[in-house]
Write a protein that binds this ligand. Structure first.
Ligand SMILES: [Zn+2]
Length: 386
C-alpha cells in the first residue's frame, strides 16, 4: 500500500495551487510516509473530462481532469492544477484577453508591421486619402500597429507585401492575414455596370481582413445573435423559377451564388462574444433584394447595422490585441499581471478542522484565504481593463 503524509498533502497544495505551477513534480519522494491510504486520494468515482492543454510546463498534451467540491481541477489522478477556468484557459489557441471579432489563426503580420505599396501612380492618386484615413482609424485604437509604405508604385508581385490597386469593377476585397506571398487589396472607384465605389469605410473593413479578421457574420455561432434570411437573397440570374427563393433547392446554378457569402467558417478563432458592432459585420441588407434584409436580429437588443460601419469597435481592437499579443500594450500589461482571473464560488468549509481527512481537506482549509487573494487579483485585472 502506498501512502502519503498530511504534510505532503499540505506541500502538494501549496505547490500546485496556482495556474502555472513552476514545477509540480518537484515533490521530494523521500517525504512520503505511511499515514494515509493513497488509494483514497484517487478519484475513481469522479466524472472525468478530457481535453488538450498547452502550457510552459507540460507542453501540449491530453489531460483528463475532475473537479473537487471547491472547483479545483485535478489532473493525473492527484495533481492539482488550479481552478477549472485556469485549466481551460490553457487549451491551445486560448489567450488571456477577451476575444471578439472572428480572426484567422497563424496569419499575423510579423512584428505587427504591414508593408504595402500602390499598384500604380493612378491607384495612389485615387486611393491615397482613403488609405491614409483607414490606417488612421485602425491606429487610433491600436497605435502599436505599423504600416510601412513601400516605393516605387508598381504591380509586381512581392512576397509579404500588400499591393493596393484601384481596378474598377473588381470590387472591394483583400486577402485575409499575412503570408509570405503576394497580398492584395482592391478598392474600386466605380463600375459602369454598377457596384458603386469603395470608400474609407470599406477600406477599414478590407484592412480588417488584411490584419487577420474574418467576417463576423460567418462565425459558427452567428445564428444565436444574427439570423441569415436566405429568402431575401437577390438572385444573381434572370431565370429564377417562379415562386422560388434562395432557400429552395435545385435552382439554376448561378442564381444563388451569393449564398456562400453567408457560409459558416469553422476553422477560425471565433471564441468570445459575437460582436455585431464589428467592422467585419455585413450590413443588414447585404446581397438582399430591394427592401429586404439578409441579416436580422436573432434576439432583442441586437441591431444589425444598416450601413457599413467605418470605425473599428472595441471588440475589433480586443481581437487584434489577441492576434498581436506580443505588440499590443494592453495584452502585455494583462499578461504581466496574470489577467484575467476567474474566481470560483468557493463554499465555506463544513468545519474548521486543521487539514485532516481526505480528499477535500487540506484544500478546504485554505479556501477562504485563496478566495480572498483571488478576488484581490481579479479586482486588479478589472482596474487594468483586462
Ligand atoms: Zn469582407
Amino acid at each position: 500500500m502506498r501512502s502519503i503524509t498530511l504534510f505532503h498533502s499540505f506541500i502538494l497544495f501549496l505547490t500546485l495551487g496556482h495556474a502555472a505551477p513552476s514545477s509540480p513534480l518537484d515533490i521530494d519522494e523521500r517525504a512520503l510516509t505511511l499515514d494515509i491510504d493513497f488509494s483514497a486520494l484517487l478519484p475513481i468515482n469522479k466524472n472525468f473530462t478530457q481535453l488538450t492543454i498547452s502550457d510552459a510546463f507540460y507542453g501540449t498534451r491530453e489531460v483528463s481532469y475532475f473537479l473537487t467540491s471547491t472547483g479545483k481541477a485535478v489532473i493525473d489522478g492527484d495533481v492539482l492544477y488550479g481552478n477549472e477556468d485556469e485549466l481551460l484557459s490553457h487549451r491551445p489557441g486560448n489567450n488571456p484577453l477577451i476575444p471578439r471579432a472572428f480572426s484567422a489563426v497563424n496569419k499575423k503580420w510579423p512584428g505587427a508591421k504591414i508593408k504595402y505599396k500602390y499598384a500604380s501612380n493612378d491607384a495612389e492618386n485615387k486611393l491615397k486619402s482613403i488609405i491614409n484615413d483607414a490606417i488612421k482609424r485602425w491606429k487610433d485604437g491600436a497605435a502599436w500597429l505599423t504600416f510601412e509604405r513601400i516605393t516605387p508604385n508598381n504591380n509586381d508581385a512581392k512576397n509579404g507585401v500588400l499591393t493596393i490597386s484601384a481596378t474598377d469593377c473588381d470590387g472591394c476585397n483583400a486577402h485575409i492575414g499575412y503570408q509570405n506571398s503576394h497580398r492584395r487589396m482592391n478598392l474600386q472607384r466605380g463600375c459602369s455596370t454598377g457596384g458603386g465605389h469603395c470608400g474609407v469605410n470599406e477600406a477599414v473593413h478590407e484592412f480588417g481582413h488584411v490584419l487577420g479578421l474574418y467576417h463576423e457574420h460567418q462565425r459558427p455561432d452567428r445564428e444565436t445573435t444574427v439570423k441569415y434570411q436566405c429568402a431575401s437573397l437577390e438572385p444573381a440570374c434572370t431565370n429564377m423559377p417562379s415562386g422560388k427563393t434562395c432557400c429552395s433547392t435545385n435552382l439554376p446554378s448561378p442564381c444563388c451564388k451569393s449564398r456562400s457569402n453567408f457560409a459558416i467558417i469553422n476553422n477560425g478563432d471565433a471564441s468570445g462574444a459575437y460582436d455585431v458592432g464589428s467592422v467585419m459585420q455585413y450590413r443588414s441588407n447585404a446581397f438582399a433584394k430591394s427592401g429586404k434584409k439578409t441579416l436580422v436580429p436573432a434576439k432583442s437588443g441586437v441591431v444589425v447595422p444598416a450601413s457599413n460601419p467605418g470605425v473599428p469597435s472595441k471588440g475589433d481592437f480586443e481581437r487584434l490585441c489577441k492576434i498581436y499579443n506580443e505588440q499590443c500594450d494592453k495584452a502585455k500589461t494583462c499578461r504581466q499581471n496574470g489577467c484575467p482571473v476567474s474566481c470560483p464560488n468557493i463554499r465555506p468549509c463544513a468545519s474548521q478542522r486543521m487539514c485532516t481527512g481526505a480528499p477535500e481537506p487540506p484544500f478546504c482549509c485554505f479556501a477562504a484565504v485563496e478566495n480572498a487573494l483571488c478576488q484581490q487579483r481579479k479586482r486588479k485585472c478589472q482596474s487594468l481593463g483586462c
